[in-house]
Ligand binder design. Structure first.
Ligand code: DOR
Ligand code: ZN
Length: 344
């Protein structure tokens, strides 16, 4: 297949930051996706509907003229979040979910939760109102091996949570292991997972290829090849529990190329093209539309987009960097080739 036309995709997990960074990165996502769920891990985090709606306006202001792009907002769950705030979110179609960051798990997660006990009341309200919980699923015990944190979270936190709240809708975000694939595949329809393009295309060798590669460092960290294969199998299976979420997470170059570099891969500049590569390599381009454009809206109770995008097999070279506010961001494949291109 040399050309592929699919319903316009959506990105169900995206970071666009705030302030001067917004106009640098929002246009990349708006060019490709009809909608995107925006993560609330700003500094300070987005914890109320009012803050989410103000942030939404700032994002919309960064969408280029004439481009249709709908930011879908999330609230950052803290131990202070109230059931009343959840109820406000549940009745506002512009806010679609609440995000759980275990405290200390990742970028700007300090305000997250230390244990689920204090937030069960809020989670019950979410279950009652049908508001999904989006989970960064990593165990935060510092003694936990970094490559095992997703598996330990599933066992130690997710299984008890799902048992205690049998109707709560949950998305296990950016899954990275065969264990997560099996677990999500074996649960009921209310549990789904997003998969990033970088976890489909790279295994953990990418972090150490010829030296330390900070731009391949993200969280959850890349895993072994057998896990990457399990993710590709899930994404290309046609199972609607698995759908697209880029987790494109731009950081300024100097925050990545540092003695203590930030986690995050910037992929928004070529997001759907990178997924097309992964599906093409698996001989499963016919499965891309379901994963990228149909299964996400179905989970969130929304209609798919009614416009289309066309991809063609045609190589292009990714720039060495892109402007990012007053600095620069190094994209995935910087200076290298992507083999699919979006046509106009
Ligand atoms: O790699 C990541 N970057 N993983 C996350 O969970 C957060 C994200 C970010 O915000 O930079
Ligand atoms: Zn993320």
């Amino acid at each position: 297949m040399e050309r592929l036309t699919i319903l316009r995709p959506d990105d169900w997990h995206l970071h666009v930051r705030d302030g001067e960074a917004l106009p640098s990165v929002v246009p990349f996502s708006a060019r490709r996706f009809g909608r995107a769920i925006l993560m609330p891990n700003l500094k300070p985090p987005i914890t109320t509907v009012d803050q989410a709606l103000l942030y939404r306006e700032r994002v919309l202001a960064a969408v280029p003229e004439g481009v249709q792009f709908e930011p879908l907002m999330t609230l950052y769950l803290t131990e202070q979040t109230s059931a009343a705030e959840v109820e406000r979110a549940a009745v506002d179609p512009r806010v679609v979910a609440v995000k759980l960051y275990p405290a200390g798990a990742t970028t700007n997660s300090e305000a997250g939760v230390h244990s689920l006990e204090p937030v069960y009341g809020v989670l019950e309200a979410m279950a009652e109102h049908g508001l999904p919980l989006l989970i960064h699923g990593e165990d935060t015990d510092p003694a936990s091996d970094i490559f095992d944190r997703e598996e330990r979270f599933i066992e130690g936190t997710l299984v008890p949570l799902l048992r205690r709240l049998p109707t709560l809708k949950v998305v296990l975000e950016h899954i990275t292991t065969a264990t997560a694939v099996e677990f999500v595949g074996s649960t009921s329809k209310r549990v789904a997972a997003t998969i990033t393009a970088h976890h489909l295309l790279l295994n953990r060798n990418a972090i150490f290829e010829g030296g330390l590669r900070p731009h391949a460092y993200c969280l959850p960290v890349l895993k072994r090849e057998r896990h990457r294969r399990a993710l590709v199998e899930a994404a290309t299976s046609g199972n609607p529990k698995f759908f697209l979420g880029t987790d494109s997470a731009p950081h300024p170059r100097d925050a990545k190329e540092s003695a203590c570099g930030c986690a995050g891969c910037f992929t928004a500049h070529a997001a759907i093209e990178l997924y097309a590569e992964a599906f093409d390599q698996a001989g499963a381009l016919d499965k891309l539309e379901g994963f990228a454009s149909r299964f996400g809206p179905a989970f969130y109770g929304l209609d798919p987009n009614n416009t289309r995008v066309t991809l063609e097999r045609s190589e292009w070279q990714v720039p060495a960097s892109y402007p990012f506010g007053s600095g620069e961001v190094i994209p995935m494949r910087a200076g290298e080739v992507v083999s699919w291109r979006l046509t106009d």
